[in-house]
Design a protein around this ligand. Structure first.
Ligand code: ATP
Ligand code: MG
Length: 368
């Protein structure tokens, strides 16, 4: 028995594995994180695990994180959600002593299963059968459930992308009817689900069936309906999918935003022969950027880069056999024009009309 479940039961509480871990177990998929549901209150959970390292991952909502066997296990008190306001998660949660209530507040039947070794599988919404049939079905009335928390709409798409399941017709209809409610959901929560969807295995099926939902979320037309054949990198997939680089609202971190913007703005550049000039144009050369761009264009980058190395080609003014100080000594005026001049020299070297050695460069400059 799971150590966390066992300990709670040993101290007189009810406790079950719940949600994604039970679903993934039934699917024969590797488990990545474990959630436990229990009738112990947060304070009682803290007391039961007082000799463990615990984390406040949302005690207000009934969730205590406990470090068990090097994993943080989220242990949550049986809960009944109420008072959804503005389609967001409820402000207040109500604890309940009923496991069934707790399971019924969950999003999809496949996620509403509980298990422990004593009681076996607790399935009050026919979740096991839906898993067998590979169906994503809202618990209860989908229209109501999506109005309570619109993020569930995107979660349905994310699970479809990851599992390749079909979305049950009524749930699907409620998605089409309510997806505009996603406007009320915080960017960070959207982002968390959307990113998982974009890198998922069956993302193309989702893009095909729910194009208008995705376009609503990314706030622009999407360009292509097939992105799953390309590398699993979020950046590369976004760059293939989006039609323009206005992505600030996606609330990705700065580095990712920059990389995606770069990829979108450069995706149609011919990489093959011009990778060399491309390297120069990247003001701060970033190997990763070029590799990702190559992936985006499905070009084999390795030989291009090794060719550059073999031929001792340069693409950076720092690699020139002359620098600003030497130019000033030659009589050029200090200031921004020095950099302009260095770039002119670099261009001449890169295009092959000038050798990268100090003497040749000086002679070339005098001739200009
Ligand atoms: P994953 O394997 O990706 O972690 P998961 O099913 O465990 O998938 P989590 O986001 O970790 O998803 O949530 C854990 C469980 O909490 C879900 O299985 C579901 O029962 C419940 N849950 C999560 N988000 C919601 C929501 N917005 N509405 C209702 N129930 C939810
Ligand atoms: Mg989970």
């Amino acid at each position: 028995m799971h150590e966390g479940v066992k300990r709670l039961i040993d101290q007189g509480y009810e406790a079950y594995l719940v949600g994604g871990c039970v679903r993934d177990y039934l699917l024969g998929k590797p488990l990545h994180d474990v959630d436990i549901t229990t009738n112990a209150t947060p304070n009682e959970i803290l007391a039961v695990f007082s000799d463990y390292k615990t984390f406040d991952v949302g005690i207000r909502h009934g969730t205590v994180g406990v470090l068990i066997d090097k994993n943080i296990v989220e242990i949550t008190t049986y809960r009944k959600d109420n008072d959804y306001e503005n389609y967001r998660r409820p402000k207040e949660v109500t604890f309940t002593s009923s496991l069934v209530d707790d399971l019924k507040r969950r999003d999809f039947t496949m996620n509403a299963l509980a298990y422990n070794e004593i009681d076996g599988l607790i399935d009050c919404v026919n979740g096991q059968e839906d898993i067998k049939k590979r169906i994503i079905r809202a618990v209860g009335n989908p229209d109501v459930r999506f109005n309570e928390d619109a993020l569930r709409i995107l979660r349905a798409l994310r699970f479809k992308g990851q599992l390749g399941f079909e979305i049950e017709p009524k749930t699907k209809a409620a998605i089409y009817k309510n997806y505009h409610l996603l406007d009320n959901i915080a960017g960070e929560r959207i982002n968390q689900e959307l990113n998982q969807l974009i890198v998922s295995e069956f993302v193309d099926d989702v893009l095909k069936d729910f194009k208008e939902v995705i376009e609503f979320l990314v706030r622009q037309p999407i360009r292509t309906e097939a992105i799953s054949y390309i590398s699993r990198s979020l950046e590369v997939r976004y760059a293939l999918l989006l039609s323009n680089s206005e992505i600030a609202h996606l609330k990705l971190d700065k580095k990712r935003t920059q990389l995606i913007t770069f990829l979108i703005e450069n995706r149609d550049r011919q990489l093959g022969t011009t990778v060399y000039t491309l390297l120069k144009d990247l003001s701060e050369f970033n190997h990763k950027q070029v590799v990702y761009l190559a992936q985006l264009q499905q070009v084999k980058i390795d030989h291009l880069l090794s060719e550059i190395k073999d031929k001792r080609l340069i693409y950076n003014i720092a690699d020139l056999q002359i620098d600003g100080n030497q130019l000033i000594k030659m009589g050029y005026k200090q200031g921004p024009q020095i950099k302009v001049l260095l770039n002119l020299i670099l261009e001449a070297v890169m295009s092959g009309i000038l050798h990268n050695d100090t003497k040749s460069i000086q002679e070339w400059l005098i001739k200009q």
